[in-house]
Design a binder for this molecule. Structure first.
Ligand SMILES: [Zn+2]
Ligand SMILES: [Zn+2]
Length: 256
């Protein structure tokens, strides 16, 4: 059994129904998907999907680079209180996509952490070119009280270790299969297995051998196979461990 811990079902190509995407995932052994919101409007869509499909759970929040309406703390708390919301995010910092004075991004990140603590649900954190500020804000806002996952991890082991110390999980995407990702594969060999999650981040980042094509949850199998190869374990064992990890971190997903 496999879980896709981070996808965006609401953004997949509408030419294929969600039923068909989930059926294809099930054929590949993917029994559960966490569909992640990137804006306030998107949060309503993720919750609706989780309500419709028992094998789907949802997060709520606004991506650090979202330019829609700024979510207030109260709105975030209200959305996160939904029984279908198992996490808050994706939130975090992205200094690669956005430039200039990014105080607004840091403030948005803080609001998400506060909302997560208020409802007692874990965080889904996106970080890009913002290592120091990400760790500093997670610490200042006491994110360890709820924990969470560093999604689509692409940093070095030192950064992974700092996040592990705060109780966070590390999620690997199809990037770990890319030819030039040797340093990331090194990190994937070292993170304690009981803290590893796998994800597609679909429709983005299709893994090898599907690189450049649209991604979907079924392809998380390729991520599992690569981790299995790196850890010298059967893929079934990686599936079992990452599934257990997922439901430990997001207990609400078991009855979402
Ligand atoms: Zn992201
Ligand atoms: Zn994402």
């Amino acid at each position: 059994m496999l879980v896709d811990s981070h996808c965006h079902l609401q953004m997949l190509d509408p030419s294929e129904s969600t039923e068909a995407v989930l059926a294809r995932a099930a054929e590949a052994g993917v029994q559960h998907c966490l569909t992640v919101a990137v804006s306030l409007a998107d949060s309503a869509r993720t919750l609706a999907l989780a309500q419709e499909f028992p094998q789907v759970s949802a997060s709520v929040g606004a991506h650090p680079s979202d330019d829609g309406p700024e979510p207030t703390a109260a709105e975030l708390v209200r959305l996160a209180q939904s029984p279908h919301a198992v996490a808050v995010g994706e939130t975090g910092l992205d200094y690669h996509y956005n430039k200039g004075d990014l105080e607004w991004q840091r403030e948005r990140f803080r609001q998400h952490i506060r909302a997560a603590r208020e409802v007692g649900k874990p965080l889904i954190v996106h970080t890009r070119d913002a290592r120091e500020d990400t760790v500093r804000i997670l610490r200042e806002e006491k994110a360890h009280e709820v924990g969470g996952v560093m999604h689509c991890f692409t940093e070095d082991y030192d950064m992974a270790a700092r996040c592990l110390d705060m109780g966070f999980y590390i999620s690997f995407s199809g990037i770990v299969t890319f030819r030039n990702a040797e340093s990331l594969r090194d990190v994937a060999r070292r993170v304690p297995l009981e803290r590893v999650l796998i994800e597609t981040d679909s429709p983005f980042l299709a893994p090898v051998p599907h690189r450049g094509k649209p991604n979907q949850p079924a392809l998380v199998r390729h991520v599992a196979e690569k981790i299995a190869e790196l850890r010298e374990l059967p893929v079934e064992e990686i599936g079992r461990i990452t599934t257990e990890n997922f439901f430990r971190l997001f207990p609400a997903a078991a009855n979402a």
